[in-house]
Design a protein around this ligand. Sequence first.
Ligand code: CA
Length: 332
Amino acid sequence: MTRQSLDAPPDALAVASLSDVGRMRSVNEDSCDSFVGADGARLLVVADGMGGHRGGATASREAVAAIGRVFVERPVEDPGSTLAQAIDEANAHVFALAQSDPELAGMGTTVVALLVDGAGRAAVAHVGDSRCYRWRSGRLEALTVDHSVVAEMLRRGVLTAEEAAFHPRRNEILRSVGVLPEVESEVAPIGLEPGDWLLLCSDGLCGVVSDAEIELVLARARSAERAVEDLVALANESGGPDNVTVQILAVGAGWRPAGSRPTSPNRSAAPAASPKSGPTPGSAHRGPFAPASDPDAATPSAPAGSAWRTSPAWVALLALLVALAWWLLGTR
Ligand code: CA
């Protein structure tokens, strides 16, 4: 069992990670790591390797390290572009290793990675069936759709969700890192709000524990560190058929990205987000209450303080109070 955690104050981002071999396997072929950039940017990566002998563990470990290198060595201009580039380079690296050693031939790995830059812009990228979820206001929402045979059948309406959970082909993935000279990763911008938890996991968790059960564990856990322990324990209590890896990025309730303005953003002046638009270049000053680059996020309510300070209702009330005081003085 490998553990990594980082306690942080409520105005910061905190990471908790746990990877466990499970109850049935002798080798843990999952890998995970998290990285911190100079400007407070964060990268979390989970990878689930496959390939006989030492291939699986090597593929996942090398992919995570290669993605981390790109993040650490180069400035992040756009989180989505950095993730796509990092996965491309991880693919080339793992593929080259597999070609160079017969014992590693054919190895590959899934990848799911989350990047939050110093200005609070975030993106998630994945290849295969490792997942990213967002837990907000007590509700769990999957931010990735598996690149798998079963997910494709679900999308086409050939299977129901219940049938998919026990389908004999549920472990077959359609894309992986390092098996072919090139790979297509799926990248999406996401919105972060104070209090959000982002959960990355291998299928040793989400293939064994239902989304409803994950939601329940998160609701009960007092900390992200406790949540990753409880989730791994639940996968193992359910038989632990696979390696299980869970990472959580907890966004503190008082979190503000370093690049955000000290005052609340003027929402009426911000350009409206088009439903299918990607991340907006140069939008580094967007505050946490206006994740306009997130196509999935529900429109968040404006912070109450800033709305009242400038609203016509507030001005009218003030005028009424002044008039009342004037009238009271006049009647003496
Ligand atoms: Ca697995």
